[in-house]
Structures are given as C-alpha cells and as structure tokens.
Ligand binder design. Structure first.
Ligand code: NAP
Length: 259
C-alpha cells in the first residue's frame, strides 16, 4: 500500500511514524512545504522524499496534515498534481466532509481527528467518512489506525465535533489542571512543583482502566480532607463548568464547519 503524506508536521508525522512501525509493507511518500521536514520524515520511516506533489500521484491514500488555514492553497496544488482518483484522509479541524468534498471534487474523503498523545503512541483517532466512501475503504482506514491508536468511528459530524472537544482538546484541559496545581505548590514555596504535578498525572493515568468514581472514592474518606476539597469544587460547579466549556467549543466547531 502507498500512502502520501501532505504536510509532514507534528500530527501527520506521528501517524506516519506509528504506521511505519506497525506495518512494514506500507510505502510512504512524504511531501511538505518546507522540504526539510519531508526529508527528515522520509529518512526516519524509510519513505520516499518528494520534492513535487505530483510524485504522490498513484498513492492509495493521501494523508492531509496541513493547518486548516492552509487548506485553500494546498487544495489548488493537490487538484493540479493528483490526476489518479484516490482517497484523501484529512485531519484538519473545522473542515467538514462537505467542505472537503467540494474542495476535492475528484477525490473521496474521510475525516480523522488525532490527538497530541499520538506523539507517544497513546493517541485516539476519531473517524467519519463521506457517504461516497465505500464500507471496505472505511474499514481499511479504521483497521490501519487501530494499530497505532484507539479508533472511534462516528456517524454524524455533530458527534465528531463534540467528541473532539474531549479527545483533541482534552490534553489542554489536563495540562491546565496540572499548571494550576503546580502554581499552587509554587505559591507555598514547595520544591519540585513541576515534577510533582507531572508525576501525579503519570501515576494516576496508569490506574485509569478502573471505574473513575470508584477510584475517586478510594481516596475520599468520609469527613476527610479530599472530601472537603471535592465539595468545594462541586460547590463551584466544576462539572457544569466543564460541560459548558465542551458546549462552547462544540458550537464554535459547528460554526467553523459552516464557514
Ligand atoms: N496538534 C493537535 O493536537 C491536533 C489535534 C487534532 C488535529 N490536528 C490537526 O492536525 C493538522 C496539523 O496540525 P499540526 O499540529 O501537526 O501542525 P504543524 O506541525 O504545523 O504541521 C503542518 C504542516 O503542514 C505543512 N504545510 C503547510 N502548507 C503546506 C502546503 N501548501 N503544502 C505542503 N505542506 C504544507 C507545514 O509546513 P511548513 O514546515 O512549511 O510550515 C507543516 O509542516 C491541523 O489541521 C490540525 O487542525 C491537530
């Protein structure tokens, strides 16, 4: 199988690196606006460095990893260079299947939404396919991604946009909580604040296969200090604040999809 990578940035490279380890039969064709990144990725995954986009013509899939604001520019190039009908897998936030199908009238399209932990092989990929994508092709993409991440196939873009507020934006919420805890320690002159906050997340994450409420209850004894702290968070409506935050992001994603 031949996969063309267009835009060899952080996310597309993480996916390509993972796939190159999981499936040695894939041939990668790497193309990027600034050629060094494509050259480096190609070296790392024993792929082909492509100086011109038309070298990706004939690939079974094109993985599009540019930023959303670069879509229009790259679309002109792709539509000129890619003559053989193929399938485009886009990871661009805020670019709906409808927009992609209109932008690439000669290609069939899928949206995926990776997240930052893809960089360490612990990622999640949401997927949604355009109605013109055959079930065989959809399953092929999902199977391929399942070797390098948790894959969550979705059937509506509403689900996709809501789920990505947890999966793709989620790491930012967790980093923000870590930052708040780190700052609180620093303000009390407690040493190693960063290491403490980081280890808290790394250690806790290893227990996360259990039910979350059970885990919480294990360290929340009646009348204890944790119960007191959690009560304060509940009083300030932590759960509702999170839900509202997800809704706000979701509404923005829906607006971007229509833009
Ligand atoms: N970061 C996340 O957590 C995350 C999560 C989910 C989805 N995404 C999506 O993933 C995509 C990539 O994000 P990223 O963080 O990986 O960005 P990134 O590291 O900046 O990668 C984007 C790459 O696209 C290249 N590029 C731009 N225009 C191009 C063109 N016309 N032709 C070829 N290559 C071009 C850039 O090349 P240069 O080196 O020349 O700039 C850069 O290497 C975005 O659409 C984003 O919405 C990101």
């Amino acid at each position: 199988m031949k996969i063309g990578i267009i835009g060899c940035g952080n996310m597309a490279s993480a996916i390509a690196r993972g796939l190159s380890v999981a499936d040695h039969s894939i041939e990668f064709y790497c193309y990027n606006r600034s050629p060094e990144k494509a050259q480096n990725l190609a070296n790392d995954i024993s792929g082909k460095f492509c100086q011109k986009l038309n070298e990706l013509d004939g690939c079974d899939f094109l993985l599009l990893g540019v930023k959303p604001q670069n879509l229009n520019d790259v679309a002109i190039e792709i539509n000129q260079a890619i003559k053989i009908k193929t399938h485009l897998v886009s990871m661009l936030a805020g670019k709906s299947l409808e927009v992609l199908a209109k932008t690439f009238p000669h290609l069939t399209v899928t949206r995926i939404m990776p997240n930052l932990p893809m960089l360490v092989g612990e990622g999640i990929n949401l997927t949604i396919h355009h109605s013109q994508t055959s079930p065989t092709l959809s399953q092929k993409i999902e199977k391929m991604l399942s070797h390098i991440s948790l894959v969550v196939p979705l059937t509506t873009e509403e689900q996709f946009d809501y789920a990505m507020m947890v999966t793709a934006s989620g790491p930012a919420y967790l980093f923000e909580i870590a930052r708040i805890l780190e700052t609180a320690l620093e303000q009390k002159n407690i040493p190693n604040a960063h290491e403490i906050a980081a280890k808290l997340f790394v250690g806790s994450s290893q227990l996360m296969q259990e039910d979350f409420a059970t885990l919480r209850n294990q360290i929340t004894s009646k009348g204890g200090v944790t119960e007191k702290a959690l009560a304060e968070l509940a009083k300030n409506n932590l759960e509702n604040n999170f839900k509202q935050a997800l809704e706000n992001g979701f509404n923005h994603a829906q607006a971007l999809n229509k833009a």
